[in-house]
Design a protein around this ligand. Structure first.
Ligand SMILES: [Fe+2]
Length: 156
């Protein structure tokens, strides 16, 4: 007997659970990548990029909690363990050491691009089984796309 009774059918619960778990991993890794770059960025644009990266961290952390708790509400156990993130993230790992401001911006453009692509796939697959989860994914993707716009504007 499951602890939390899901409002979804077993098939839909699996589809939506996978989408939410994938979103959780992507957001957690995005927050880690953004912090890593926040600490290691150097160059003339240090201050603006450094501060901007914490905006991304805030967005990623806030939405990671929302998707994890949505999973729990559906009776799906969220898994935010380090090993799980390392195993299933699609964001390229950041090399160690200082990172030039232009490369920092490029790193975020790439990371956000990957995550947004995956989020848009999740928006598609959750539409019919669970519009409530889909709404959460749409909201967070809009925030990610705003960050992506700003980093792209900086690399023009
Ligand atoms: Fe900081």
């Amino acid at each position: 007997m499951p602890v939390v009774k899901s409002p979804l059918s077993e098939t839909d619960r699996k589809t939506v659970g996978d989408a939410l778990q994938g979103a959780l991993v992507d957001l957690l890794d995005l927050s880690l990548v953004a912090k890593q770059v926040h600490w290691n960025v150097v160059g003339p644009r240090f201050r603006s990029v450094h501060l901007q990266l914490d905006d991304v961290v805030d967005t990623a952390r806030q939405h990671s909690d929302t998707v994890a708790e949505r999973a729990s509400a559906l009776g799906v156990n969220p898994d935010g363990r380090a090993a799980t993130i390392a195993k299933s993230t699609a964001i390229a790992s950041v090399s160690e050491g200082w990172i030039k401001d232009v490369d920092a911006v490029k790193t975020l453009v790439d990371a956000l691009g990957v995550v947004i692509g995956r989020m848009r796939e999740r928006i598609e697959v959750t539409e019919s089984p669970d519009p409530v989860s889909q709404d959460i994914l749409i909201t967070l993707t809009a925030d990610l796309e705003k960050h992506a716009w700003m980093f792209q504007a900086e690399s023009a």
